[in-house]
Design a protein. Structure first.
Length: 175
C-alpha cells in the first residue's frame, strides 16, 4: 500500500484527508493519475481542518472551528478519537501497518480496494490472498490486563491467560 485517504464527496468536490506527511506524495500521485483535464488536485491543509463526529469526517474551514465546536459540543481530542478508532477496528496506515501490510490484513477490501476494478500495483497478491482466504497476518484487537502502565514493545512475545504462547507469537504493532 502506498497511499491511504478517506474523504467526503459533496457532489461537486471530493475532499480527502490522509496521514501526516502523506499529503504531498498523495497529491503528486493523484496528479500523475489524472485522466480528465477538468480535475484539479490541490493541498487544502492550510484552509481546512478535519473533525470527526459520530463516525463521520467533516471538513471545516479553520476559521470556523470555534463555530463548529459551539454547535457540535466540546471537542474531545485525539486520544478519544484514537480510542474509538481502535475499538471499532479501523487501522491507520503507517501507525497500525508496516511496509509488508496488504489490504486483506486490515479489512480494507470493499472499502478501499476493489477486486473487480482495474489494475493496480499488488492486485495479484490481493486477489490471491482473497481467493485463498488466508491473509499472512490479521489486525487483531488485544485487551491488556492493565498491570503495566505502558504498551508492550513491538516484537514482544504474547502469552494467553493459561500461559500458552499466542499462535502468532509476537506483537507486530503497538496498537
Amino acid at each position: 500500500m502506498e497511499h491511504y485517504f478517506a474523504g467526503v464527496d459533496d457532489g461537486e468536490t471530493f475532499t480527502a484527508h490522509t496521514e501526516p506527511g502523506g499529503v504531498e506524495p498523495l497529491v503528486t500521485w493523484l496528479n500523475q493519475m489524472k485522466f480528465m483535464t477538468r480535475v484539479e488536485v490541490s493541498d487544502a491543509s492550510a484552509d481546512l481542518a478535519v473533525v470527526w463526529r459520530r463516525g463521520e469526517h467533516h471538513f471545516i474551514p479553520r476559521t470556523g472551528l470555534r463555530d463548529f465546536a459551539d454547535v457540535a459540543g466540546v471537542p474531545c481530542g485525539l486520544w478519544a478519537y484514537e480510542a474509538l478508532r481502535i475499538a471499532a477496528g479501523n487501522p491507520r496506515m503507517g501507525l497500525d501497518t508496516d511496509h509488508r501490510s496488504i489490504p486483506n490484513e486490515m479489512g480494507w477490501l470493499g472499502s478501499a480496494v476493489h477486486l473487480e476494478k482495474g489494475c493496480y500495483r499488488g492486485a495479484e497478491t490481493v486477489a490471491r490472498v482473497h481467493t485463498l482466504g488466508r491473509p499472512p497476518r490479521r489486525l487483531t484487537l488485544l485487551h491488556f490486563d492493565g498491570s503495566e502502565n505502558r504498551m508492550p514493545d513491538v516484537g514482544a512475545e504474547i502469552h494467553l491467560e493459561d500461559g500458552s504462547r499466542w499462535p502468532h507469537g509476537h506483537l507486530s504493532s503497538p496498537l
